[in-house]
Design a binder for this molecule. Structure first.
Ligand code: ATP
Length: 913
């Protein structure tokens, strides 16, 4: 390879051979070994996005974290206090400050490790959805990761691809590329590899080049990779842009806001505590000194720590990362994290038919030619041979107007479009020799299939004659037909003929068959690129093929309906075929008032008219990708939360406009790039799984919020109540820290992986607009008060009856922490009893048990106990601790019972709650 020059190369000015020579490659492509060598030298073909946070930066962020700042202030105050004590009376007691500093370090380390782990999990998912390119290596076409492309590689491009690097094109055929990413121009440019360019043209005019990140909208062609990564044209722009997306989800933003608001509450509560102390201060007898004021300050700091749920942001990140990893294992690959939340609130799923709801395994089951139409009867074939000569022209057209191929490695497999594959099988059972056909009839022209025209045509050389063959959606073909192939030869088609053909095809469509019409035409001279050969055709006949629904889909659709999620079929197929399949899948039911809308009706409707009926429409047929976008926009306007599937290049705008764009794993790179979620198995069932998981993740995070905040409420009220009564503080900073960071956080993490409630898909879609919907605030306060009652009662007992502050403090610490552990079990449902059989969450039991052991170690192990200012209790006091620890759990269960009685009385079904 030539040495790199600092001047940018103008590859469009070089001819093809020169480019191959300079890059030391051939049209057969590089060898794998050479490609690897170049990869090692040049690096990955990746645009540099936001760099990963370094550990140093993460530590710095931790140090700037509000919680840690408060903790460090606490530790510093404690340290100063200890120093002053040592200087005044010689006692050495640095334990508290050491413990707090240790906790800061521990807390930060856990947060960094968790964040890294979550990041790694998400990166692993990103790798799963990394774009691929089709590359010739040693003459073989293979699919490689786009980032592994090197200069000199030969890339094959076709519709739906994202150009993987800067390419000098060759052998293009109607290659159309949309270059908006670079030029802002949204109309695709038709490329021409043959063109020779002398001047220094702008990017949009370089017709023999294709540039990284632009989109192939039609045709195909080859290109030599000339620049990769940041040296590409888009790379030059990316240098000044930050391409990495912001992955903060709305929920995480809401949690951050909650943290911020709680810090304000913390400052407020602390001021009250300090204020109360100042008012009560016996100024005359007790002049305020630094040392005498310190305990007040420590109480205020403890309060501040109590108010902020330290573990929450980390736990939420971990829950999400675990959740999306779980989803990926079930074939639902979340590409954009916010989709997780939106999935839980989806109200409608707009799904393609072919391949998603159906198996995409088409079989020709009926055919009809000339006399059949008059008789109004099709010929049932179901993969059985038909020997009548009369069907031969139809068979021939079906073989010639076809781009599918049998897989050389597996004759039962088809490479290409399944509709065309079905025709090939049909030819096979009729003993047609495809090789012979290919040899005999040379294809000289193709007008490729496109979802808008719904037709495709070819022109072949039949001896000296040129013959055109067209196939496509029956109405489209009939529109272009002027003649009819009868038993006696070609004659003009009559209105009666057309009527008979349409009647028969309508009956077939009602039987859920995809009906394709076939026509032919003699052509005078070889057409040129862009010519239209689909007019003045002679009708040959039609085929009807069945594409059975996927087996699992019906139950998934029912489950979605129970969950308040409507399924809408959007298809390019005929209305009657679509309705027949929709009926068998319970998507369409006339008795329910469902409507089916075809393209012609849709075109006539204004958006306002569509808005009036759209909530009733469950089938949109003969829809073009542009109409898909319109449908999704109108759906959004009437307040639906829309999930939309798509796989083609034209689907990208609709996927972006939907709240959740869903691409098929087998779809084009463009669709996958635009989507929020990728279905690795193309199966509708996976959408249901994703909705269920989305709900589960969101609900679990809310459970954690409720659980942690209730604990914090109890802690704050304890301190404030003692302060009001003029009693010594029941909880010191390190107690609160232990509770918040250990005995609360561990069960909280376990709650985060709580299995989905059995009835999660019987509930209505989630309302995710506010964290505090559905009575969360009330529950946080009442549950906090229940815990307060138990632990403060014990504290009062210690102060008033035992008359020992250390005993009182030990009792209230133990009750507070143990009752929180039990309280985590309450949290699994806000209505159902904790004793009702739930799906077993072994993590929760292990977490509760593990945390209990920690509490017991802190309170019982000699040496450790003293570090935390705790003392031994009498057996009676331990018994009281055990009994009181159950009080909040029992209270919450009683509250749920009352709630259930209320719901029953008002005849509200609570079985799903
Ligand atoms: P869905 O939108 O439900 O996934 P689809 O993707 O199969 O259905 P299109 O591919 O847009 O829909 O096809 C629309 C219509 O075009 C079909 O109903 C059929 O009549 C016709 N058609 C499909 N494939 C071909 C093909 N290879 N050649 C000619 N016509 C075709």
């Amino acid at each position: 390879m030539e040495a790199e020059s600092s001047q940018p190369r103008l590859w469009h000015k070089e001819n093809e051979d020169e480019v191959l020579r300079q890059l030391n490659t051939t049209k057969e492509g590089l060898s794998d070994k050479e490609a690897l060598l170049r990869l090692t030298k040049d690096g990955y073909n990746e645009l540099q996005g936001k760099k990963r946070k370094s550990v140093g930066k993460m530590i710095l962020e931790q140090l700037k974290d509000k919680t840690n700042i408060i903790l460090m202030i606490a530790a510093s105050i404690s340290l100063v206090l200890a120093i002053v004590e040592q200087m005044t009376n010689g006692t050495v007691d640095y334990i508290e400050s050491i413990v707090i500093f240790t906790i800061v370090i521990l807390n930060s380390t856990i947060a960094i490790v968790q964040e890294r782990k979550a990041e790694n999990a998400l990166d692993a998912l990103k790798d799963l959805s990394a774009p691929h390119a089709k590359v010739l290596r040693e003459g073989e076409l293979s699919i490689v990761l786009t980032r592994e492309l090197v200069r000199g590689d030969i890339v094959y491009l076709e519709a739906g691809d994202i150009v993987p690097a800067d390419l000098r094109l060759f052998d293009t055929s109607e290659l159309a590329i949309q270059e908006a990413a670079l030029t802002g121009e949204s109309v695709p440019v038709i490329k021409d590899a043959e063109i020779e360019i002398e001047e220094n043209l702008s990017i949009g005019d370089r017709l023999n080049m294709a540039y990284m990140s632009t989109i192939v909208t039609g045709g195909n062609g080859y290109g030599i990779v000339v620049e990769t990564a940041m040296r590409s044209e888009v790379g030059k722009i990316a240098q000044s842009l930050n391409t990495q997306e912001n992955v903060d989800t709305p929920l995480k933003i809401k949690l951050a806001k909650l943290g911020h608001n709680l810090s304000i509450v913390a400052i407020f509560v602390c001021s009250i505590v300090i204020g109360l102390d100042l008012i009560r201060w016996d100024w005359a007898n007790n002049p305020m000194t630094f040392v005498s004021f310190m305990p007040t300050l420590m109480t205020a700091v403890a309060l501040a720590i109590g108010v902020i749920p330290e573990g929450l942001p980390t736990i939420a990140t971990v829950i999400m990362a675990l959740g999306v990893t779980r989803m990926a294992k079930k074939n639902a690959l979340v590409k954009k994290l916010p989709a997780v939340e939106t999935l839980g609130s989806a109200t409608v799923v707009c799904s393609d038919k072919t391949g998603t709801l159906t198996q995409n395994k088409m079989t020709v089951v009926e055919v009809a030619v000339n006399g059949d139409f008059k008789q109004g009867k099709t010929r049932i074939v179901e993969n059985k041979p038909i020997n009548d000569k009369i069907y031969q022209p139809l068979l021939k057209a079906a073989m010639l107007c076809n781009n599918a191929e049998f897989d050389p490695d597996d004759e039962n497999n088809i490479i290409g479009d399944p509709t065309e594959g079905a025709l090939l099988y049909f030819g096979k059972v009729n003993k047609i020799d495809l090789d012979e056909i290919d040899e005999k009839y040379e294809r000289v022209f193709e007008q490729p299939f496109d979802s808008d025209r719904k037709m495709m045509s070819v022109v072949v050389k039949d001896k000296e004659k040129l013959i055109g063959y067209t196939k496509g959606a029956i109405e489209e073909v009939l529109d272009e037909v002027t003649h009819f192939l009868d038993e006696d030869g070609i004659r003009k088609i009559t209105l009666e003929d057309k009527k008979q053909i349409l009647t028969l095809s309508t009956q077939m469509a009602k039987r859920a068959l995809r009906v394709l019409g076939f026509a032919t035409k003699e052509i005078k001279e070889v057409p040129e690129e862009g010519d239209d050969v689909e007019e003045g055709l002679t009708f040959i006949g039609l085929t009807g093929m069945i594409d059975p629904p996927r087996t699992e889909v019906l139950s998934a659709i029912r489950s979605c309906r129970d969950a308040g999620v409507r399924t809408v079929m959007i298809t390019g197929d005929h209305k009657l075929t679509a309705v027949a399949i929709a009926q068998s899948l319970e998507i369409f039911d006339e008795n329910r008032g469902d409507l089916a809308v075809g393209q012609d009706e849709l075109e006539k409707m204004t958006d306002e008219e569509l808005k009036l009926i759209i909530k009733k429409v469950t089938v949109f047929s003969r829809v073009s990708p542009q109409e898909k976008l319109r449908i999704v926009k109108v759906m959004n306007e009437v307040g639906e939360i829309t999930a939309m599937t798509g796989d083609g290049v034209n689907d990208a705008p609709a996927l972006k406009a939907a709240h959740i764009g869903i691409a098929m794993g087998s779809g084009t790179e463009v669709a996958k790039d635009a989507a929020d979620l990728i279905l690795l198995d193309d199966d509708f069932k996976t959408i249901e799984v994703a909705i269920k998981e989305g709900r589960r993740i969101y609900k679990n995070i809310i459970k954690v919020v409720q659980f942690l905040l209730a604990g914090n409420v109890a802690e704050i009220l304890m301190i404030i109540l003692a302060q009001i009564l003029g009693w010594p503080t029941p909880l010191i900073a390190i107690h609160i820290l232990v509770i918040n960071l250990i005995t609360d956080s561990i069960p909280a993490l376990a709650l985060g992986v709580d299995p989905a409630g059995r009835n999660i898909m019987k509930e209505k879609p989630l309302k995710t607009n506010s964290l505090f919907s559905d009575g969360l605030v009330v529950r946080v306060i009442t549950h906090g008060v229940f815990t307060l009652i138990a632990s403060f009662a014990a504290y009062a007992y210690g102060i008033l009856v035992v008359d020992s502050q250390p005993v009182a403090m030990t009792m209230s610490f133990m009750i507070l922490s143990i009752s929180q552990l039990l309280h985590s079990v309450n949290q699994r449902s806000n209505v159902a009893s904790a004793f009702k059989p739930h799906d077993f969450n072994k993590w929760l039991y292990w977490a509760t048990f593990g945390s209990l052991v920690i509490v017991l170690i802190l309170s019982l192990v000699p040496g450790v106990q003293g570090l935390f200012n705790l003392v031994y209790l009498t057996p009676l006091q331990y018994l009281l601790v055990a009994v009181f620890s159950f009080v909040p759990f029992i209270f919450v269960e009683i509250e749920k019972l009352i709630h259930r009685i209320y719901l029953k009385k008002h005849k509200i079904d609570y079985s799903n709650m």
